[in-house]
Design a protein around this ligand. Structure first.
Ligand SMILES: *Cc1c(COP(=O)(O)O)cnc(C)c1O
Length: 408
């Protein structure tokens, strides 16, 4: 166990003694499932009957014409049930929970999207479900709390610490330690102790498997570049995995927030504000100061606002196989606006980071080049943030009224 789950010097499983046996069981169940071709078939079957897989790729002909460079294609993870690639991960872990014979799932959530996805999966599989959420996030994400509760989940408001995502993670581990026999912790991204980074990216690899086949069929060749946004790293790894052995430039786009020079961002791999450390059970680049104090992160996209990053991506950053870039809040809002108006697509603010970087690079490429952008989710959830960003007084007043209605 000790030496497993390393990606060069990153990853590992730094666990309290009491959780070691639970993780051993999870590693074992996952390895067995992975070696059983029937398991992947069962996974694909449920994803195609419950969550719109295979999701299509869309040729963005108007954006292509607008930039006059590379041909731009979009992988449509926004069409998944609950509106993002998160469905791939939670359904996959749900199947493992069934194999383990456990009856209850817990999860932490910041923006609420992973909480809703987990509660949805629990309803479908008949598991009990508890979601931990910081008090600050509960206030900010009323609609998601509403849906989690309607789906039958118990939402526990965490009032410890700074009352945000990292405090919810701590509470989830505390719960898990006391209910290991019945309970599985559904981690939301390709981070945390082994086997989570490998397991989550395994389920997400369905994105790239489909996309590689689709782009060869529809565009007649491999893409020159593939873009994905990077929060914890699960949609990026899921998309990139299928192209690792191809002569394809893979570009992970982090949240540049208000600009790298301001320090208000969430760039672990594309800025100099991070360093290698161990926290939350694994080793990676964290946004921390010289004393190991975690920095405050900032992004217009809640799903990219995280201090750590997948150890698998950290490894690829060091080997240079994946290039990491930053897109600022302003670039993201501009890219989102353009995409909505030119294509009628509404990417999530997270996904719009990938679009923003692709738009910076597309004009200098030629129509022989193909670009593939992963649209990790849909933007409906971002209505208040986007309205704010566009700063249209008429709509802002209306939206504010509605938002206050939610908070009441
Ligand atoms: C949660 C989320 C992300 C960030 O998570 P990754 O693990 O980095 O993929 C990105 N896009 C959307 C739409 C999300 O909901």
């Amino acid at each position: 166990m000790k030496d497993r789950g390393y990606y060069k010097k990153f990853g590992g499983a730094y666990l309290p003694e009491i959780l070691v046996a639970t993780f051993d069981e999870l590693v074992e169940i996952f390895q067995t499932a992975k070696n059983d071709p029937g398991f992947w078939e069962e996974y694909v079957e449920i994803m195609s009957t419950y969550s719109c897989r295979p999701t299509p790729i869309t040729f963005a002909q108007n954006l292509t014409r607008h930039f006059g460079g590379a041909r731009i294609y979009v992988k449509r993870e926004d069409l998944n049930h609950t509106g993002a690639h998160k469905a791939n991960n939670v359904i996959g872990q749900g199947l493992l929970v069934k194999r383990m014979g456990k009856t209850r799932v817990i999860a932490e959530t910041g923006a609420g999207q992973h909480g809703v996805a987990t509660a949805t999966m629990a309803a479908r599989f008949g598991f009990k479900c508890t979601i931990y959420m910081g008090e600050v996030d509960v206030q900010r994400q009323r609609p998601n709390v509403f849906w989690m509760e309607r789906l039958g989940a118990e939402v526990i408001t965490v009032t410890e610490g700074t009352r945000i995502l990292k405090d919810a993670i701590n509470e989830s581990f505390r719960d898990w330690v006391t209910h290991m026999d019945t309970t599985h912790y559904v981690l939301g991204t390709a981070c945390g102790p082994h086997p989570f980074p490998e397991m989550v990216s395994y389920f997400q690899s369905i994105i790239g498997q489909e996309a590689r086949k689709q782009i060869l069929e529809q565009a007649g060749g491999l893409p020159a570049r593939v873009y994905a946004c990077v929060g914890g790293g699960s949609n990026a790894l899921g998309t990139f995995n299928a192209f690792l052995d191809d002569p394809v430039d893979l570009v992970g786009v982090e949240a540049g927030g208000e600009g790298l020079e301001t320090g208000r961002h969430a760039c672990r791999l594309s800025s100099k504000d991070s360093s290698i450390g161990v926290a939350q059970g694994y080793k990676t680049y964290f946004l921390q100061d010289n004393d190991g104090q975690m920095r405050e992160t900032h992004s217009v996209a809640a799903g990219l606002d995280y201090v750590g990053v997948s150890p698998i991506l950290a490894q690829y950053a060091e080997t240079g196989r994946i290039r990491f870039e930053a897109a600022t809040d302003q670039e993201v809002v501009d890219a989102l606006s353009l995409t909505i108006q030119k294509e009628g697509l509404i990417p999530a603010l997270e996904s719009a980071h990938a679009f923003a970087q692709a738009f910076k690079e597309a004009p200098a490429m030629t129509p022989r080049d193909i670009i593939l952008i992963n649209q990790s989710g849909r933007g409906d959830k971002d209505i208040f943030t986007i309205a704010d960003a566009f700063a249209d007084p008429k709509w802002q007043a209306f939206i504010k009224e509605k938002a206050e209605g939610y908070h009441a």
